[in-house]
Design a protein around this ligand. Structure first.
Ligand SMILES: [Zn+2]
Ligand SMILES: [Zn+2]
Length: 256
């Protein structure tokens, strides 16, 4: 299984000036998870091939490039609308606040001259798997400040869990423990430990909270990847991560 971490930061900018970008994962030629600023790494040809976008939640760092991606695709996907998947509340928020003809056109309605709309919405239910090409994708509920889905991804015998934005709660552990053992677990780590109160209040994790999640999991994963480091906290987080040398930071290896 190949996952490209097109964007894996919890914000924009980096202390060393390297382009990183906010959350966007490519799991196949046609399938993205989230549409943060990392999406900009794709060429126009690669953007035009996208037909499925799974959204974790409606926060800006995960959706900001979705409207602009669709504006590139309009008129180039007469074969199939782009399907936008997510929690019912996530899709309702996109409809109400983004694709409302004020912020951006409603691409779920056909424009004049179009046979079919550029995109369509599909509501997902937690722990209900969906098959797409050679990918089995299962959403599960994480514990963030608004409804948020992580995604279990199975492809060619490899199982990766992307846990999106979340803090540590028994409800998160209960969901993770309902998934099969994973080869790879991608967990967020937005703040350093000295900002734990802020992390919990904003629905995020720190290195110590990541350790708690792993301790509570019935089947610890073979590999742990950290993502969503907030750029202004990244140096402090990386210092604390020296205590956990077996974890990898997604930004250090954009593809696996
Ligand atoms: Zn986020
Ligand atoms: Zn968020």
């Amino acid at each position: 299984m190949n996952i490209d971490f097109l964007g894996c930061n919890g914000g924009i900018g980096s202390s060393n000036g390297e382009l990183q970008g906010s959350t966007c994962l490519q799991v196949s030629e046609r399938v993205l998870i989230d549409a943060g600023t990392g999406l900009e790494r794709l060429s126009i040809a690669e953007m035009l091939a996208i037909r499925h976008v799974f959204i974790s939640h409606s926060h800006m760092d995960h959706i900001c490039c979705l409207p602009i991606l669709l504006a590139n695709i309009i008129g180039h996907n007469s074969d199939e609308p782009v399907t936008i998947y997510g929690h019912a509340d996530t899709l309702a928020a996109l409809q109400q606040h983004i694709f409302n003809y004020v912020i951006w056109p409603d691409f779920s309605r056909a424009a004049p001259g179009q046979q079919q709309p550029t995109m369509r919405y599909q509501v997902l239910e937690p722990l209900q798997p969906l098959e797409l090409d050679d990918l089995l994708i299962t959403p599960f509920a994480t514990s963030h400040t608004i409804p948020c889905f992580g995604y279990s991804l199975k492809k060619r015998g490899m199982h990766t869990i992307f846990a999106a934005d979340t803090t540590y709660t028994p409800a998160l552990i209960e969901q993770l423990n309902q998934l099969e053992p994973a080869d790879h677990l991608i967990l967020e780590c937005s703040f350093s430990d000295s900002y734990q109160d802020l992390a919990v209040a904003t629905g995020h994790l720190t290195p110590a909270l990541v350790a708690q999640v792993l301790d509570a999991m019935q089947y610890p994963p073979n590999h742990v990847w950290l993502t969503h480091l907030k750029p202004t906290y990244e140096d402090a987080i990386r210092e604390e991560l020296m205590a956990y040398p077996h974890w990898s930071v997604c930004a250090d290896l954009l593809k696996y």
